[in-house]
Write a protein that binds this ligand. Sequence first.
Ligand SMILES: Nc1ncnc2c1ncn2[C@@H]1O[C@H](COP(=O)(O)OP(=O)(O)OP(=O)(O)O)[C@@H](O)[C@H]1O
Ligand SMILES: Nc1ncnc2c1ncn2[C@@H]1O[C@H](COP(=O)(O)OP(=O)(O)OP(=O)(O)O)[C@@H](O)[C@H]1O
Ligand SMILES: [Mg+2]
Ligand SMILES: [Mg+2]
Lengths: 159, 159, 158, 158
Amino acid sequence: MRIKQLEIDNFKSFANQNTIPFLDGFTVVSGPNGSGKSNIIDCILFALGLSTSRELRSEQGAGDLISTHNKRNEASVRVTFALDDEDELIITRKIKRTSHGVQSTYYMNDKQCTFTQVCSELEKYNITSNSHNVIMQGHVTTIANCSPKERRQYLDEIA
Amino acid sequence: MRIKQLEIDNFKSFANQNTIPFLDGFTVVSGPNGSGKSNIIDCILFALGLSTSRELRSEQGAGDLISTHNKRNEASVRVTFALDDEDELIITRKIKRTSHGVQSTYYMNDKQCTFTQVCSELEKYNITSNSHNVIMQGHVTTIANCSPKERRQYLDEIA
Amino acid sequence: KKDEFIKTFNVVNQNFKDIFPLLSEGEGELVLENPSDPFSGGLVFRASIRDKKNQKLAAMSGGEKTLTALAFVFAVQRYLPAPFYAFDEVDMHLDGPNVEKLAKMINIQAKQTQFIVVSLRKPMIDSADRMIGVTQKGKGVTKISGVSLKEEIKQEAG
Amino acid sequence: KKDEFIKTFNVVNQNFKDIFPLLSEGEGELVLENPSDPFSGGLVFRASIRDKKNQKLAAMSGGEKTLTALAFVFAVQRYLPAPFYAFDEVDMHLDGPNVEKLAKMINIQAKQTQFIVVSLRKPMIDSADRMIGVTQKGKGVTKISGVSLKEEIKQEAG
Ligand SMILES: Nc1ncnc2c1ncn2[C@@H]1O[C@H](COP(=O)(O)OP(=O)(O)OP(=O)(O)O)[C@@H](O)[C@H]1O
Ligand SMILES: Nc1ncnc2c1ncn2[C@@H]1O[C@H](COP(=O)(O)OP(=O)(O)OP(=O)(O)O)[C@@H](O)[C@H]1O
Ligand SMILES: [Mg+2]
Ligand SMILES: [Mg+2]
């Protein structure tokens, strides 16, 4: 299993539609400060529901994730996974600014579903908000700095 | 005014006596990971009383600042400032492990003094624990991430 | 439950012992604070880099903590791989030679799993299979400037 | 007291406006949350880097936050310099060109005050007046490997 592509629409600094293909092996993402590298990682965390708004650097809530480059009130990220048996798993998350706040909707293989369904599906593939498979900028030493108990609890989860 | 030299004795990874001269202008300190670069900054913070033990990465208290490379139970750092009028100001701090814990003693121009005397002398030269003239590893974005109130309070101090 | 845990711990610990020397010139192992009742205690790193004796984790440097933390992540990956790894500037505390060591390690691990690594450091960029370039267009809009490097070269080489 | 504060604020703000464009291709200013009663509110940065409109500080990238924070430190330094500045890897989030900009800025500020900067980045090392090399000897003992570079060259040049 691996990420096959990201389709980003109006999320953070990605105004309009962007499609980023991903291949197997080792891909490096590079570019000047402020160009949008961490925002790509944020796309993945957002779509899979692995992070809170605060962790995605949107202090005033999910509304700050919608691009300020145009007047649109919605944003979405669609992650396509290539599964080992040629099949695909697609997780999409859309947010929309309404008069009652920001609504967030999840889709699995383009059918609306709940956040809990997304979590339990991803858990089958060892993707959880605690798995250290995503390390955000500045957090690499967190595992060394956290308490011994927290570190052991991490092993509990994978045992 | 500037730092003229550091005399480090048995502090952290500096086993035995070390003297580091400093000149005016722009000095860069470089070398491999774990070689002792941040420990030089820690020497300055320790001697001038600008940091707590925890900030100096000695979680179990000041005893961890004494070098483990030999059996000695004491360490000291002596900072010599060159003043504008050819005069000098020397601040020394010594720590000693005793049966009652770790004792810390300050000296100003080689005469024993109190921590408060050191603070009020350094304040005359705008050196305080709040002045951002020392930025520890990993803390460069702290000023951007702290609350607006904290940032304003910093200006209060220098007004 | 305890048996499961101990079994997992032993495998991950062995992985950690194998991987740690590859990342740093040192030795490391995982230690349970209370081996007879693991759930009442925590898990600590016992590591010593470049012949240093009994290093306290809290006293380690930024680079040393980075290598220790990543050795643990890789040790767990070998036991139970996630489908992908996304690292954002994990090499920021590392000196040149250690960036190279980490890049080599990622290359080995990337044979099993997908790695997406944001980096500004040349040794890391040079050792990847391919690079996704990111730039800013106009007033702050992100533009992906293409997927390049070895992939195209490999294809051209036929 | 309030008058003193406003006077200080205005000078530091002017410095910040001057310095910010030198460090980043952008504009920045300091804003009081409550200008009529400054002590009841805080101080915020209003910055926009490379033509981005109304950037929220929280949404800025690691590199952008670094440049904003350092512009503030330099703005205060110009108003009330400390006798020395000691920076530990403040360039770790910066890309190559921004490390160069910061190094140039430190060179300007170092005419007034002493700067001691720990860095692993080549553009920073290359632009210093001199370098203190630090290495590890034996089982973890720090050894200072001498003060080199431009000082000696300057002396040799006579
Ligand atoms: N909702 C939004 N609309 C438009 N732009 C946004 C939005 N949220 C964040 N940004 C912009 O995205 C940029 C940050 O991008 P990102 O953090 O991905 O940069 P980066 O490439 O990781 O940089 P660095 O190398 O400094 O870490 C900031 O300049 C920020 O202003
Ligand atoms: N009391 C002590 N006795 C002996 N060694 C110590 C003591 N305290 C800390 N150390 C050692 O000092 C080293 C850390 O040095 P320091 O943090 O200065 O490295 P650095 O050069 O800044 O590295 P980096 O580039 O990774 O930040 C560690 O390896 C640590 O084990
Ligand atoms: Mg980033
Ligand atoms: Mg350091």
